[in-house]
Design a binder for this molecule. Structure first.
Ligand code: UDP
Ligand code: MG
Length: 328
C-alpha cells in the first residue's frame, strides 16, 4: 500500500489563479497515483484564509466535482503561516506526508516528484529551495535575499532561499504539533524538529495571476516576527552595546582626568562628561541584563517541546516514530 499524500495550499483572495492551480494539481496527483508513488486516497487540501472574494465558493465547487479536492475554511483571515499550520494540523493524523505550496503557481509543481522520492528514501522533511530568482523584480530579489541574510545574522536559523514549499512526513507533522507558539514562523521552526532532511532545487516562476499578498510592509513585519519569535539575539546586542559604552566611559574618564590635570577644561566639564558616559553605559547594561531575564521568560512561555523522540529501543515497548502501529 503506497503512502497517502496531502497537498496543503493556503489561499487568500486567489480566485484568479485557483482554477489553474486545481487543474495542474489534479494532473500531477493522477500522474503520481498512476506511477504508484502515492496512494489513491491522496488529496489536495485548499485552506481558505478568510478570503474576501469567491475563493471559498471555488473550493467548494472543486470538492463537489471531484473528491480529490478537500477544503478547509478558516473563521477569518489569520495570515499565510497560520493558514498553512491549520491545514497541516488538520491532516497530520491521516496523511503519511504533506506538501505545502503557495496557490499562485510560483513554485514548480514538478519539484514535488523529487520531494516524494526523497521521502520514499527515508527523509522526513524535504525543503524546496529556489535555485533562481530570474523572474522576480530586482527589488523583490534583493529585499528577499537581504531578508535571509539579516535573519541568519540575528540568530534565526532558516534554510537559505527556502519559502514554504516543503514536504513533511507524518512524524515531522506530529513533531510540529508540539510547538505551541502563538508567534508563528514556520520556516524557522521546522528545522528545529530535526529528523533526516534534504533539499530539492527548483526555479521560481512569476505569479500565475493576481497580485503578491506580501508587499514590502508585510515582508518587514514578517522579518521582525521571524527574528523576535526565534531568537533573543537583539537583547544580547543591547547587553553588548551597554558593555561597550561602559568601556568607552572608562576611556573618557582617563581622557577627562588628563585634560583636567593639564588645566584645559572648564570647571565641571570633567564631572559632566564622565557622568554622561558612565550612566549611559550602566543604563544600557542594566537594560540588557533585565532583557536577558525577559528573554528567558519569553522562551519558557512558549513551552516548546524539549525533545522529539525518533526511536525507542526496548524489547516490548520499542517503536520507531516512522512506522505507526496502525500501519504495521
Ligand atoms: N496567503 C494567505 N493568507 C494571507 C496572505 C497570503 O493564505 O493573509 C497565501 C496566498 O494565497 C498564497 C501564499 O499565502 O498562496 C503566498 O502569498 P503570496 O504569493 O502573495 O506571497 P509572495 O509569493 O509574493 O511572497
Ligand atoms: Mg507568491
Amino acid at each position: 500500500m503506497s503512502d497517502v499524500l496531502y497537498f496543503v495550499i493556503p489561499c487568500y483572495n486567489e480566485e484568479e489563479v485557483l482554477p489553474e492551480t486545481a487543474k495542474r494539481l489534479k494532473q500531477k496527483m493522477h500522474a503520481l497515483m498512476d506511477a504508484g508513488k502515492i496512494s489513491p486516497q491522496s488529496h489536495v487540501l485548499f485552506v481558505n484564509d478568510g478570503s474576501k472574494d469567491g475563493t471559498w465558493e471555488l473550493i467548494r465547487g472543486f470538492h463537489e466535482e471531484d473528491p480529490l479536492f478537500s477544503g478547509l475554511n478558516l473563521s477569518r483571515n489569520r495570515g499565510h503561516q497560520n493558514a498553512l499550520l491549520a491545514g497541516l494540523m488538520t491532516v497530520k493524523d491521516f496523511a503519511d506526508m504533506a506538501i505545502s505550496m503557495d496557490a499562485d503557481l510560483q513554485d514548480d509543481i514538478d519539484a514535488c516528484d523529487a520531494m516524494i522520492d526523497k521521502y520514499l528514501e527515508g527523509k522526513d522533511i524535504v525543503y524546496g529551495v529556489r535555485s533562481a530568482r530570474k523572474t522576480d523584480t530586482f527589488f523583490k530579489k534583493t529585499t528577499a535575499e537581504g531578508f535571509y541574510k539579516v535573519m541568519n545574522r540575528m540568530g534565526a536559523q532558516t534554510v537559505y532561499n527556502h519559502a514554504d514549499y516543503r514536504l513533511m512526513s507524518r512524524r515531522a507533522l506530529q513533531g510540529l504539533a508540539g510547538f505551541g507558539e502563538v508567534n508563528l514562523f514556520l520556516r524557522g521552526i521546522v528545522p528545529m524538529i530535526g529528523y533526516p532532511s534534504d533539499v530539492v532545487y527548483y526555479e521560481r516562476a512569476e505569479r500565475f495571476a493576481g497580485e503578491s499578498k506580501y508587499p514590502l510592509k508585510k515582508m518587514v513585519s514578517f522579518a521582525v516576527e521571524g527574528i523576535t519569535s526565534l531568537s533573543t539575539e537583539p537583547i544580547r546586542m543591547i547587553t553588548n552595546l551597554g558593555f561597550f559604552v561602559f568601556l568607552v566611559s572608562i576611556i573618557i574618564l582617563v581622557y577627562s582626568l588628563v585634560r583636567h590635570a593639564m588645566g584645559a577644561t572648564v570647571a565641571g566639564w570633567t564631572f559632566l562628561n564622565v557622568s554622561v558616559w558612565a550612566i549611559g553605559g550602566l543604563i544600557l547594561l542594566s537594560l540588557g541584563v533585565i532583557g536577558e531575564y525577559i528573554g528567558k521568560i519569553y522562551l519558557e512561555s512558549k513551552g516548546r517541546p524539549r525533545f522529539i523522540i525518533e526511536q525507542f529501543l526496548d524489547t516490548e515497548h520499542g517503536y520507531t516514530t516512522r512506522d505507526f502501529p496502525e500501519k504495521q
